[in-house]
Design a protein around this ligand. Structure first.
Ligand SMILES: *Cc1c(COP(=O)(O)O)cnc(C)c1O
Length: 465
């Protein structure tokens, strides 16, 4: 080893001394973080010196690096990110951001005790489902409602309650997979039901269902094609047709709506999707949908339908394992209350606001973000406002595109992927989109309050340069 390297290595402080110094400078963290950060810093520096990447080392540099390492180590693993992907309901990025009303309710219920399962007027035990069942009945027109952990749980418990050991008829065109682990045939198996596929991938007729009915048929089921579309020579049996068939044979009809939405998007110029209340009106006996997709609430599975069936589902012992927690209930109730007045819902629920924001407004915001970025004066960077197409994500409007605007970023010395990596690993992380070799910041899904954070992320480039 060269003399110079030896000299540099000898300037790395001992781990326990560096840890002590860190705890003096950044008080308030658990002890273990100081030791860990000190060890990591020492390892980092040793590596750099041995690779010949350092020709000097002073105390100030060591402490600055150790401070950065400490903050990274000590910050929570699950943390906020800026969603510049343009996908409004992005499962990997936590789906629906919550409205202020939901956040406030969650905070007030979580910080102390609540009447979760207690009827205050009567001074006796109540049920956690009472807090939202009335709202859901009013909003959907269904006789009864139940909420569970998520929609996968809603489908599982519905099938398990109403069709265990018996057959469920589903069209081959609707055997969906939603992300890796939720595949309709597998859910059927776990629910203890026998899947009876009918029709073909592109065409299923009413007579296909009718011919499959036998004494062991428990349910007719319809599943929303959340993330795909079958186009061309197609035939699909509507919920209303299935209901008529089910009534003739005395077999209940269940519909898994996936996303489920209480607002008619076509009133705002988007593609028409039947709302939950319309599906309920067709006479479908049980409808299931998610809380955290288009509804814009916390993660939950919502089951609405005929009183007698929903009551049986509630009494299934599985319900205890799949039950919804009080924080979710608080957030769900607050969000659902906004839907009592649709104007309030579309104004205050972030998912709805983002989806319904007119392209022109997104363009204005994109221009504002570009101006803020230009002002940083990053050498070698250029920012341009470009038209794009966004998706809602999370199903329900699977093939509906939202015309939108983004800020395209080009950097002289970085590829679009490299740029994206820098931003993703920054603080706060900014997740964008690379398309045709360009890095895009989709503005539709970025909250205006987050613009300064995005600008700050770019400013760090300037400092690093
Ligand atoms: C998303 C989806 C589910 C699963 O819902 P989670 O809330 O993610 O559990 C089930 N069925 C359909 C059709 C879906 O789109």
């Amino acid at each position: 080893m060269k003399e110079k390297e030896k000299a540099l290595l000898s300037r790395i402080p001992a781990v326990h001394l560096l840890a002590e110094e860190l705890s003096r400078r950044h008080p308030g963290y658990p002890e273990v973080f100081y030791t860990r950060a000190a060890r990591k810093t020492a390892d980092l520096l040793r590596g750099e010196i041995l690779k010949g990447r350092r020709d000097h080392l002073d105390r100030g540099e060591v402490l600055a690096l150790a401070g950065e390492v400490l903050l990274r180590e000590a910050s929570p693993h699950l943390r906020p990110v800026v969603n510049a992907t343009g996908v409004v309901v992005h499962t990997n990025l936590g789906r629906a951001p919550l409205c202020r009303e939901a956040l406030e309710e969650i905070f007030s219920v979580a910080r102390g005790y609540s009447n979760l399962e207690y009827r205050l007027a009567e001074g006796r035990r109540g049920s956690r489902y009472e807090h939202v069942a009335g709202l859901l009945r009013e909003l959907t027109g269904a006789e009864e409602a139940l909420v569970v952990n998520n929609n996968a749980a809603a489908v599982l418990i519905t099938l398990n309650t109403l069709a265990r050991g018996r057959e469920v008829i589903v069209s081959r065109g609707e055997l969906v997979e939603i992300g890796g682990s939720f595949r309709m045939p597998a859910v059927m198996a776990w629910a203890g039901c026998v899947l009876r596929e009918v029709g073909t991938t592109n065409r299923t007729h009413l007579r296909d269902y009718e011919e499959a009915i036998n004494e062991n048929t428990a349910l007719l089921m319809k599943v929303h094609k959340s993330n795909y579309a079958i186009v061309g020579f197609t035939r699909e049996v509507s919920g209303a047709e299935l209901v008529a068939l089910g009534r003739r044979y005395g077999i209940p009809v269940v519909e898994d709506l996936g996303s489920g939405c209480l607002v008619d998007f076509s009133r705002y110029g988007l593609r028409r999707e039947p709302t939950v209340q319309e599906i309920v009106r067709t006479g479908v006996d049980v409808v299931t949908f998610s809380g955290d997709k288009l509804l814009g609430a916390p993660q939950a599975g919502i089951i609405v339908g005929r009183r007698e069936l929903v009551e049986r589902i509630r009494q299934n012992p599985l319900n205890r394992a799949l039950r919804i927690d009080k924080l979710t209930l608080a957030g769900l109730e607050a969000t659902l209350r906004l839907y009592l007045d649709e104007r309030l819902a579309v104004e205050r629920i972030p998912v709805l606001r983002m989806i319904l924001k007119p392209a022109e407004e997104v363009r204005r915001e994109a221009r504002r973000l570009k101006r803020l970025l230009d002002r940083v004066g990053l050498p070698g960077f250029s920012f341009k406002v470009v038209p794009t197409v966004c998706r809602t994500g999370g199903g329900a409007l699977p093939v509906a595109d939202l015309p939108s605007w983004a800020v395209a970023v080009e950097a002289r010395d970085l590829s679009a992927e490299e740029l994206h990596e820098h931003l993703r690993t920054g603080s706060p992380p900014v997740v964008g989109r690379v398309e045709e070799g360009r890095f895009l910041l989709e503005v539709r899904t970025v909250f205006p309050e987050e613009f300064p954070l995005v600008v700050e992320a770019f400013r760090r480039f300037a400092q690093g340069a």
